[in-house]
Design a protein around this ligand. Structure first.
Ligand SMILES: [Zn+2]
Length: 107
């Protein structure tokens, strides 16, 4: 992902509208690009800060931003594991059908 694409996705990321694949490449980019990380922090402060102020909530930017990044990383890891688990399940089910079809074992 390049800087232009990453910056275009900041608002969608903050508002939770990116899908898994995009979140993964977005996080990969911002974690390795100081400029985009700065843009993300600024965007988060603006979009999230305004929303919180409207609701009259207390807003601890650093703590809140860190929690958000951690949540995103966990989501990516969990979703990847779930996807791997599903692929494994489909693979094992297919293997079972093949063996069943070959008559190696019967149900
Ligand atoms: Zn960048």
């Amino acid at each position: 992902m390049d800087c232009k694409t990453a910056r275009a996705q900041i608002k969608d990321y903050v508002e939770g509208r990116l899908e898994l694949g995009s979140i993964r490449s977005f996080l990969n980019h911002v974690n390795n690009c100081e400029d985009c990380m700065f843009e993300l922090q600024t965007g988060y402060l603006v979009y999230e800060g305004i929303k919180r102020m409207d609701r009259g909530d207390y807003f601890d930017f650093e703590k809140d931003f860190e929690a958000r990044m951690k949540k995103s990383r966990n989501f990516v890891v969990l979703a990847s594991r779930a996807k791997f688990g599903l692929i494994l399940l489909v693979f094992l089910a297919s293997l079972g059908l093949v063996f069943y079809g070959l008559g190696i074992f019967t149900l």
